[in-house]
Design a protein around this ligand. Structure first.
Ligand SMILES: Cc1cc2nc3c(=O)[nH]c(=O)nc-3n(C[C@H](O)[C@H](O)[C@H](O)COP(=O)(O)O)c2cc1C
Ligand SMILES: Nc1ncnc2c1ncn2[C@@H]1O[C@H](COP(=O)(O)OP(=O)(O)OP(=O)(O)O)[C@@H](O)[C@H]1O
Length: 296
């Protein structure tokens, strides 16, 4: 799969593509269904492309990073991942911006979700837009869960509330963040709970501060159950939001490695303990609870 930021000369003169346009934030079951439907009517010799709108103004509000989307699109057999970065300084309406970028393309068919509105709530005529783009547009029905439409904006508050089972139902997979392991104060190992600290995760939405049961992939195909601490670490006067993970039954050095942390279940809220002893006692209880839940 090729990943191409628009505008790009790579968009000129290529063979006709089938194009699916969306924000794709979270790549939730609605997005997955949309791509599956499109794939099922796409001929083998046709190129399947997605155009994803990346809102830069929403930094710290993303459910999935650009890299996550790349991985997910590859898994779904997408041939080209085009994206447009839109920041708050952009004053061209989204519909016009997309039209401008797509003008050079040879597009056979465009697919969007019924809930996708490039005029951002304003009046939107698919037919008129299709004429401007010189391509037919088809809107496919949205996916519902418990009778409610699945969309990124409904998933975000659930992440912020730590309701990871509900998030998982809408994403069709656990909520995950990927980052690079950074060096910290080396305090964790002294407490008997070494924790890998996740760096480079600022674009993601912050999960509710607390302790979670999850998994960590430390290298391709190598997973560990884990206790995740997300939050401000008030007991040690932490100054910023961090995600750290204590891997069960693991020892080794993973500094500077790229890892993926998956959140399965919220276990408890973050506590401001009176001292380190109380914190360590609680961490032992957390580990006991995790092992019991997992049957380890
Ligand atoms: C299972 C687990 C539970 C934790 N719970 C809390 C907590 O309730 N309150 C808190 O302030 N810090 C909590 N932490 C974070 C620890 O304070 C932190 O891992 C430790 O102090 C090392 O901090 P450092 O990364 O700043 O070196 C927890 C960490 C783990 C691994
Ligand atoms: N079971 C484990 N879980 C997590 N990390 C482990 C584990 N065993 C060894 N490590 C290694 O130890 C490092 C964490 O050690 P430690 O917590 O003492 O120091 P740190 O990186 O400064 O983090 P912190 O700021 O949390 O103290 C991890 O980055 C990893 O390389």
């Amino acid at each position: 799969m090729e990943t191409i930021q628009l505008p790009s000369s790579a968009s000129k003169g290529i063979e006709p593509v089938i194009m699916v346009i969306d924000f794709f934030d979270g790549f939730h079951i609605g997005h997955q269904h949309l791509l599956e439907e499109v794939k099922s009517v796409t001929h083998e010799r046709e190129r399947l492309a997605v155009l994803s709108i990346e809102r830069q103004s929403k930094y710290g509000e993303a459910l999935t990073s650009l890299k996550d989307k790349e991985k997910l699109f590859i898994e779904r057999g997408v041939d080209r991942y085009y994206y447009i970065e839109v920041d708050e300084k952009e004053d061209m309406p989204l519909q016009d911006l997309i039209t401008k970028h797509l003008q050079l393309f040879k597009i056979k068919q465009i697919y969007i979700s019924e809930s996708f509105n490039p005029s951002e709530g304003g009046e939107f005529s698919m037919e008129k837009w299709g004429k401007r783009l010189h391509a037919p547009i088809k809107a496919l029905p949205t996916v519902t869960l418990q009778g409610k439409e699945v969309d990124s904006e409904s998933i975000k508050p659930l992440v912020k509330q730590g309701r990871m089972e509900a998030v998982q139902a809408m994403l069709g997979r656990p909520y995950e963040v990927s980052g690079v392991v950074e060096k910290g104060e080396q305090l964790g190992r002294k407490l008997g709970f070494p924790t890998l600290n996740l760096g480079g995760i600022d674009e993601y939405i912050q999960v509710k501060p607390g302790v979670y049961l999850g998994t960590v992939e430390i290298s391709s195909g190598s997973w560990y159950y884990t206790l995740i601490s997300a939050g401000y670490r008030p007991t040690v006067q932490g100054d910023s939001y961090k995600v750290e993970a204590y891997l069960l039954d693991f020892s080794g050095d993973v500094y500077n490695q790229e890892v993926t942390v998956k959140f399965l279940r919220h276990l408890r809220d973050e506590v401001n303990f009176d001292g380190m002893e109380d914190l360590v006692d609680q961490m032992k209880q957390d580990e006991h609870q995790a092992r019991t839940l997992l049957g380890l």
